[in-house]
Structures are given as structure tokens and as C-alpha cells.
Design a protein around this ligand. Structure first.
Ligand code: COA
Length: 330
């Protein structure tokens, strides 16, 4: 039997504070109608100032461990665009607060593709025999990096966290991650960027340089192309046809992106997992939050063939596939 990483438990959380489109329209030149029709988003959750990414990651991690029925893992991988500090990584602090001080832990920085990259890291370590289990978390506080004056980004993103526990198992078990397709193209790095605060531009030249910036139109085009391509590649690896996919969990960026990808793959729209109307784009937390909501809504059932795919800054993209296992979701 081929050794593989198997999903053992799933946990997710969003902070209690809700920001509706109407609330944004009070301070920005936008409207509920524009946001709904152009993105599909109706509201997003945001933390109070003072709440950090690790605070959300710890809750999601605790829930995933509880869902998996364990309190031990060999590795903690945290995917985030919004670490607590530029240095050090946030994963060690999350691991320690989960009672996992001593285990290997590190951050993965692949923006909205972060969770797929994190799964790749965890699954790779398990498949190689370097670890027998891993906790992979995607957690974000985009409210800490959004320019409050930028209507093109403020209406899209939200805060939240999700996590899965992976364990060593066999490739023929439900829950086994059945191959990955990952990629990047750094020649497009400027499409999604916080220009200042790193070694290239230490302090902002313009105040906006300190915040998250995005070329939405270009990102839209590349997201469709890369999410479709990565999904096709995973279909080829699993031997599934598009029509075999019961639940397509795409990065929750924009309902028009998801619909276009589904159309191009020849996938009926009712196979799409969608929760962006409730949570917006939560970047690295997007995939596990969408999985958790789909499982709770009954859209995702044990035995379903699932494809996960995402696109994000870098630019980066990725996909993986699995048969959904009969697991707890907290
Ligand atoms: N409210 C009202 N009008 C807005 C607006 C807002 N929040 N944001 C932009 N506009 C305006 C623009 O200024 C533009 O006006 P103009 O025609 O007078 O110049 C018009 O709406 C259309 O802007 P455009 O950028 O062409 O809109 P769009 O249809 O491409 O939608 C996004 C913008 C950002 C919603 C869309 O491009 C998108 O979702 N991109 C992907 C973003 C993403 O998901 N990134 C995450 C990483 S994968």
C-alpha cells in the first residue's frame, strides 16, 4: 500500500464581528449592489484591533485536533499572509499555545494559495516518512493590512481560520490526498503586493505602500486560467472526469471566478462549494472555511470526490483532490 497523508479532522472559525456591505458603503464610494453583483460577497467577519492571526489559528487548530481526536502531531504548518510579526514566524507561537512546543513548525507564505501549499508541505513530510502526522492551518487577519480608503480591496477580504489534521495512511483510504499540482510565476509578483515593510522598500514612499494592493482585473484573469489548469492536472492524476467531481472547493475569491472555472471545466454549478457570500475572501483560510461550511450545509458528504484549487499572490496556484472521509468537523 502506498503511504499517503489522510485527512483526519477539520476545524474552522470566524471572529464574531460582521461587516456588511452596507457598513462599508457608509464610509466608501461603493454600494451593496455593486459588491454583490461584482463579487457575490454580502458580508465578511473582522477581528477587533488587538486580535492577531495566531489567536484565530489557535482556535481553528484546537478544533481540528478535537475533530481528529488527538492532541499530538509531529509538525505544524501555518499558511498566512498576515503573520503576527514580520519576524519570527507565527507557527511556533501557535504550536506552543496548542501544547505542541517542541514539534517542528513553520509559516508558509503563498497568499491565497497558502493552504494548498501548506497541505503539500504536510502531505509531503508524511509521504516521505519524515512525519507521521501534521496540523495544517490557514489563518488570516486581512483587516490588519487593508487600506481603509481603497474600495477595490476593502470590499473583498475578511478574517478567519481553518485547519486540518493529517495522519499517515494509505493512498486507497478515504481522505488520502491524491496528488498535487502546484505552480508559481514571480514575474507577476506586483499584481498582489504590500509594497513597503520588507527589504526592498523599508518604509512607505506613499502611505498606500504600507497596505495590501491588488490589480483586480489582471488577478481575475490569471485566477481563472490557473485554477482551471491546476484542477485539470489533478483530474488527470486521480483519473476522474470533471463530471465525476461531487464537490469543487475553489478559493472563495469571487463568485464570477468560481462560475467561470466551473463553466470551463464543464462542471455543473451546483457542484461548487460557496460560502464567500458570508465570509468574503479569507485568503489562506478560504479553502478550509469553505470545506467546513460545505460539510455543515450537507453540500459535502463522506464518499464525495472533492477537488480543492486556489490562486494567490506571488503569483501562486495549486490544487489537490481527495475522497471526502467520514470525519468530525468542529
Ligand atoms: N464599488 C464600486 N465601484 C467600484 C469598486 C467598489 N468597491 N471597486 C471598483 N469599482 C469601480 C472601478 O473604479 C471601475 O470604475 P470605472 O469603470 O469608472 O473605472 C468599475 O468599478 C469596474 O472596475 P473593475 O476593476 O473593472 O471591476 P471588476 O469587474 O474587475 O471587479 C474585482 C473588480 C476586484 C471585484 C474583480 O476584478 C476581482 O474580483 N478580481 C479578483 C480579485 C481576487 O479575488 N483577488 C484575490 C486573490 S486570488
Amino acid at each position: 500500500m502506498t503511504r499517503a497523508a489522510v485527512v483526519q479532522g477539520l476545524g474552522a472559525m470566524v471572529p464574531p464581528g460582521i461587516v456588511t456591505n452596507a457598513m462599508l458603503a457608509e464610509r466608501l464610494d461603493t454600494s451593496d449592489e455593486w459588491i454583490r453583483t461584482r463579487t457575490g460577497i454580502a458580508q465578511r467577519h473582522m477581528v477587533e484591533p488587538g486580535v492577531a492571526t495566531s489567536d484565530l489559528a489557535v482556535v481553528a487548530g484546537e478544533r481540528a485536533l478535537k475533530a481528529a481526536g488527538t492532541d499530538r502531531v509531529d509538525l505544524v504548518v501555518l499558511a498566512t499572509t498576515t503573520p503576527d510579526h514580520p519576524c519570527p514566524a507565527t507557527a511556533p507561537s501557535v504550536a506552543a499555545r496548542l501544547g505542541l512546543a517542541g514539534v517542528a513548525s513553520y509559516d508558509v507564505s503563498a497568499v491565497c494559495t497558502g493552504f494548498i501549499y501548506g497541505l503539500y508541505a504536510g502531505a509531503g513530510a508524511i509521504a516521505a516518512g519524515l512525519a507521521d502526522s501534521a496540523l495544517v492551518i490557514g489563518a488570516e487577519t486581512y483587516s490588519s493590512i487593508l487600506n481603509p480608503e481603497d474600495r477595490t480591496t476593502s470590499v473583498i477580504f475578511g478574517d478567519g481560520a481553518g485547519a486540518v489534521v493529517l495522519r499517515a495512511g494509505g493512498a486507497d483510504e478515504p481522505g488520502a490526498l491524491l496528488g498535487f499540482d502546484l505552480g508559481s510565476d514571480g514575474s507577476l509578483a506586483d499584481l498582489i503586493m504590500i509594497p513597503a515593510g520588507g527589504s526592498r522598500q523599508r518604509t512607505p514612499v506613499e502611505p498606500a505602500d504600507a497596505y495590501f494592493t491588488m490589480n483586480g482585473k489582471q488577478v481575475f484573469r490569471h485566477a481563472v486560467e490557473r485554477m482551471e489548469g491546476a484542477a485539470r492536472s489533478v483530474l488527470a492524476k486521480t483519473g476522474w472526469r470533471a463530471d465525476d467531481v461531487d464537490c469543487f472547493v475553489g478559493h472563495q475569491a469571487n463568485i464570477r471566478i468560481l462560475r467561470t472555472v466551473a463553466l470551463q471545466l464543464g462542471l455543473p454549478e451546483d457542484r461548487l462549494a460557496v460560502n464567500l457570500d458570508r465570509v468574503g475572501n479569507t485568503s489562506a483560510a478560504s479553502i478550509p472555511l469553505a470545506l467546513a461550511d460545505a460539510a455543515r450545509d450537507g453540500v459535502l458528504k463522506p464518499g464525495d470526490r472533492v477537488v480543492l484549487t486556489a490562486f494567490g499572490g506571488g503569483v501562486t496556484w495549486g490544487a489537490t483532490g481527495l475522497i471526502w472521509p467520514d470525519i468530525s468537523v468542529f
